[in-house]
Design a protein around this ligand. Structure first.
Ligand code: C5P
Length: 234
């Protein structure tokens, strides 16, 4: 089994991120660098985390005209990230342009193409929030619609909530990788996550990768916390 744990480096400084990355690199599958850390530290944080030998998931959720997203994806491939996110609501042409840019830039650089992951409906949005933006579908319907559109546009992966995994596995090709946050070990604090699965439940439901932040990073011993989660999956 490949190590499916992606640790969210949700910290504000280079020092804090590198301390965690160095400690955790041998015990996890990848690190997620999001908007807070990237905006504070710039691309150098990606290079430094990659230098630990770990894979990087650049979670900047690109959403723009197809040409601009394609160029941003090219830059991400040159930074040597292994996964990145785009908003599926940017539409088919945007998603197809992102996937094409990932494939072509990687092939020119002699690398494997990163996994371009579509983000469907933010889990912070309910039916009322969607209706305010003109979307009359329920969140579940909209997730299915955007997930199918992403797969048709050529994306090979999606981000989804733990409670969406089972349904998406029914409607998507089996090769589509599902990356799932909202994961809490049975003995962990839930924090602001309301609908969670344990790591084992999420993998059994069909997740390919688990994004885990606080249960590892805020633990007294992050390395031991990561190893315990990995052990729970065996
Ligand atoms: O600390 P925690 O395990 O809750 O961190 C989960 C990570 O996954 C955070 O970086 C959070 O922004 C991200 N995420 C999430 N729920 C989503 C999408 C992303 O928790 N629906």
């Amino acid at each position: 089994m490949q190590n499916p744990i992606i640790v969210a480096l949700d910290v504000p400084t280079m020092d804090a991120a590198l301390k965690l990355a160095e400690q955790l690199a041998p015990a996890v599958g990848a690190f997620k660098i999001g908007k807070e850390l990237f905006t504070a530290c710039g691309p150098e944080i990606v290079r430094r985390v990659r230098a630990t030998g770990a894979s990087v998931f650049l979670d900047l959720k690109f959403h723009d005209i197809p040409n601009t997203v394609a160029k941003a994806v090219e830059s991400a491939v040159r930074l040597d990230v292994q996964m990145l996110t785009i908003h599926a609501s940017g539409g088919s042409a945007m998603m197809a342009a992102a996937e094409k840019a990932a494939q072509e830039t990687a092939s020119r650089s002699g690398r494997n193409a990163p996994l371009v992951l579509g983000v469907t409906v933010l889990t912070s949005m309910d039916a009322h929030d969607l209706a305010e933006t003109g979307v009359t579908a329920t969140p579940a319907q909209q997730v299915e619609r955007l997930a199918s559109l992403a797969a048709k546009a050529g994306l090979r992966g999606l981000v989804c909530s733990p409670l969406e995994i089972a349904r998406l596995r029914e409607i998507l090709p089996a090769s589509v990788q599902l990356v799932t946050p909202g994961i809490r070990p049975a003995d962990a604090e839930k924090g602001d996550q309301k609908r969670t699965l344990t790591p084992k439940e999420a993998m059994q439901a069909g997740a390919s990768w688990l994004v885990i932040g606080r249960p590892i990073c805020a633990a007294e011993n992050p390395r031991a916390a990561a190893e315990k989660i990995l052990e729970s999956l065996r």
